[in-house]
Design a protein around this ligand. Structure first.
Ligand SMILES: C[S@@+](CC[C@H](N)C(=O)[O-])C[C@H]1O[C@@H](n2cnc3c(N)ncnc32)[C@H](O)[C@@H]1O
Length: 395
């Protein structure tokens, strides 16, 4: 799958990530934060995600819904099977999982589909685009028992020649896509780039906005911001989503992640944005401190995702907090519990849905896709995206 700024090619000869960053800054000048983040997380051998697979879970740096247990995968499997039936139970269908990490969620989903609907299972191709070799090796190992269903790729564009009906999704994937950092002063935005400061350390440097795509994205945020307001903006959703839509004839794109609708994300009171780093379950805010040693993330502007998807011809159909969404798709499973009050699965459900855990701050955006349906005019994308992602929603 193609994401701008995702570094591709041979790793430089220098062994340390800090040395690579310095070399890049000395050669090309201050780095855009998205380029810095792409190197810090995804440099093919030294990046945070390239070096090992232990980032997620109790012994790692952070939890995700996958760490809670297999129930998340089972509920996703139920949603995907519903989609398969809605599509007319096609004889060949595809699930594309992006950001599959060590393959745990894929394993939970495949196991559940095999149990719930053997016919759908035998018609399924489960495709995992993964540019990082170490993660792909972990996925192949974890999914060895599903070798008839799985397909491993480095890039989603490899599927475009043979599109099928199905689903593309990624759990906590969009928050890991590189973003730009910007600051507002005297009614003007500047881009915060990464430079080498007078103390010979990595530091921030302000630059005028020269990138037209970033300028357009900033124009959509309005202009009611106090001086010193710092935030993040992603301009790569369209490049990310496009090969996924082209790999599916019809179906669903689905994105669970932490984030907000735009009016909540870019609220004037959110003066320091949402950029965070994670290491050993501790959140911090200085992404320049130890590049390659910690995760770097920021919340997702779901309105921007919807805008990019609408422009590609998708239709946003659901935007809900994870608690409400899982309760809806898990109805049949909940009814099947028949009066049980305590079980490992119920505890997982509570963690996944409780507003104080993962149910409140996480949201799910569903987009329906049909290659044959006409897309809206460019002028309509903005209005439709704002309607699709209402702020403070809890439907
Ligand atoms: C926060 S982790 C989430 C892992 C897993 N989905 C989960 O929920 O536990 C983000 C993952 O997205 C992957 N990733 C980021 N950008 C990607 C891209 N363009 N293509 C495929 N994977 C990507 C990272 O390598 C990492 O494994």
């Amino acid at each position: 799958m193609r994401v701008p700024d995702y570094p591709i090619g041979r790793p430089p000869a220098t062994p340390s990530l800090a040395a690579i960053l310095r070399e890049r800054i000395q050669r090309d000048g201050p780095l855009r934060f998205a380029d810095f983040m792409a190197l810090a997380l995804y440099e093919p051998t030294l990046g945070y995600y390239a070096r090992e697979t232990r980032q997620v879970g109790r012994d790692g740096d952070f939890f995700t819904s996958v760490s809670v247990g297999p129930l998340f995968g089972e509920l996703l499997a139920r949603r995907f099977l519903h989609e398969w039936r809605t599509l007319g139970s096609p004889a060949r269908w595809r699930i594309i999982e992006c950001g599959a990490h060590d393959g745990s969620l894929a394993h939970d989903i495949l196991q559940a589909i095999a149990q719930l609907d053997p016919k759908a299972f035998s018609a399924l191709e489960y495709a995992i685009p993964e540019p990082l070799p170490r993660l792909q090796a972990a996925q192949r190992e974890k999914l060895a028992t599903f070798d008839r269903q799985t397909r491993f790729l480095t890039d989603a564009s490899e599927l475009v020649a043979d599109p099928r009906p199905g689903i593309a999704f990624g759990n906590e994937l969009l928050d890991a896509l590189p973003f730009h950092v910007v600051e507002r002063n005297e009614n003007r935005w500047s881009e915060c780039r990464v430079a080498i400061n007078r103390d010979d350390q990595l530091g921030w440097e302000m630059h005028p906005i020269t990138d037209a795509t970033l300028r357009e994205a900033l124009a959509r945020l309005g202009d009611d911001f106090p001086d010193g307001y710092r935030t993040e903006v992603r301009t790569n959703f369209s490049d990310f989503l496009e090969p996924l839509t082209r790999s599916l004839t019809a179906g669903l794109l689905l994105w669970p992640d932490y984030g907000f609708a735009r009016p909540e994300y870019y609220h004037p009171d959110r003066k320091t944005g949402t950029l965070r780093t994670f290491s050993k379950h501790r959140a911090a805010e200085d992404p320049l401190a130890t590049p390659g040693e910690m995760d770097i993330t920021a919340h997702v502007d779901f309105t921007a995702v919807a805008e990019a998807a609408i422009a590609l011809g998708c239709q946003p159909t659901v935007f809900r907090n994870q608690g409400a969404w899982l309760t809806q798709i898990g109805r049949e499973w909940l009814l099947s519990l028949e009066g049980q009050t305590a079980s490992a699965e119920l505890r997982q459900f509570q963690t996944l849905t409780h507003p104080a855990h993962l149910g409140g701050s996480f949201h799910v955006l569903e987009l329906s896709w049909n290659q044959a349906a006409p897309g809206p005019s460019a002028a309509d994308c903005h209005r439709l995206a704002l309607q699709a992602c209402p702020p403070h929603q809890s439907r």
